[in-house]
Write a protein that binds this ligand. Sequence first.
Ligand code: AMP
Length: 526
Amino acid sequence: MDKSRAVYGIDLGTTYSCIAQVDKYDQAVVLANFEGDVTTPSAVYFEDEQHVIVGKEAKGMLATEPDKTVVFVKRQIGIDEAFNKATNNFPYHYDPSEISAFILKKLVKDANDLGDNPEPIKDVVITCPAYFGTKERLQTKQAGEIAGLNVISIINEPTAAAISYGVKSTEPKTVLVYDLGGGTFDVTIINVNGGAIKVIATGGDHHLGGVDWDTLLSEYVLGVFNEQNGTSYSLEDNKELKYSLLLEAERWKKMLSAKQSVKINFNFGGMSCRTEVSRELFDSLTEGKLQETIDATAKVIEIAHQKGLNNIDEFLLVGGSSRMSQVKERIDREFNCDAKLADPDQCVAKGAAIYAMNEAYAQAVRDWEEGEIDVKPETLRGDRTRVVNVTSKTYGTDITDNRVSNIIFANTSLPAKRQMNFLTQVDGQSGVSMKVFESDFTDEQADAVVEDRFCTLLRDETLKLSKSYPAGTTVSVTYDIDNEGILHVNAFVDRDVIDFELKIEGVKSAEELQKSIAAIDKTVVE
Ligand code: AMP
């Protein structure tokens, strides 16, 4: 097979994950899992130390063994020590990137076992929400590495969705991607022009998604259950009740996307309740959540307006939760448009696959030009895509106590590089204090100097000056954000490079990574 096609796109989702490839007919296709489904629940059940089950079966275990089942692990990316005996009843010690690695292993294993690709899957592009910061992106990348994969790149989910859609567009246009998944909500405004996709602005909420709709419906049904049975259960009282209701609620919710009403029969603890929920009732129960997505969308449109972009040509609805009829109805009404629902569950993985193929092809051309390979890569027949990304985070450093000077602002085109200069205060100064902060300030309108309580401290380190320099020597520090949205920090005096690694708490060192790879490799994933 053409090497450019031996690369894969993976949507590592909060609730569902999916793997895709560009086939020999130049079509992006999703590779089904062992259960025959195109998406796999991002649920991990720990049978014991050596056996892990991922997917539908694991999700089903939530109701009976919630303490051994992990869901929504993506919400823990960027948060350390999420799964261990100390923080909850979970009996093993795995961190979020290791648990994510189990999900990736399942996707890859099934695709390897069921597909007809001659080589095992190795090179992948993994997607993440646009607002993931440096730490979250690095941890996502490490999840892939722990799973034994070579992560070519991390790209934003809405960008991937736009690629799977945008490559078909020949007219230049501005598209708003409304991505309502299971646990995250992303809004991105992009420019699509032939093969080039430029991200203009991003926003969203990484704690908003389909599960919130499931929870509201569960709470309503539990109210009816309590009324009919004279009980006073609450969702937080009982994990078994909570998870069996949530699983059922997700099923009822999906039925409501196809039908006007759904008959509900829920049994728990030898008692039952019967009721019927209409789409109208469901929509009114969940109106507040939908409103939150509308407000976040309006905010991103406002950012685009401030950048001089006054017209959105198209609204694209992606993410499984966009299938709820309330979404399109409300978006159309609110923004006076005719939003398109485009392959909502699969387009992210497909876009990542197209991007992966383009990257692999570009690399193959470079290798051929540099004489590393003998055979000129066959020209791709499909469309080429060029992505110009923006950073979704603002980065800065401390200047005085509690004050942060922002250097690169969110929504700046990538790659982005800024340099700051500091002067040494005394002769032979041994170092310069260097704190690296990340924050959610949205664009150039954000204050250049802010209080540090609004920022996340990524790194608190002293830049050690190995040589003796006179007072007043300029120490230059560069902040460099690559195309993947990952920050790199470098420092130098004249031409002397100062050794400074942006070592972020929770991101593994090479040695820690090897340990995780070995530990996960010993586990059987089904
Ligand atoms: P994603 O993360 O994009 O795969 O989206 C997953 C979310 O989409 C979950 O919350 C699902 O319950 C939800 N979802 C999938 N299909 C439907 C449907 N037909 N109607 C409503 N929600 C759906």
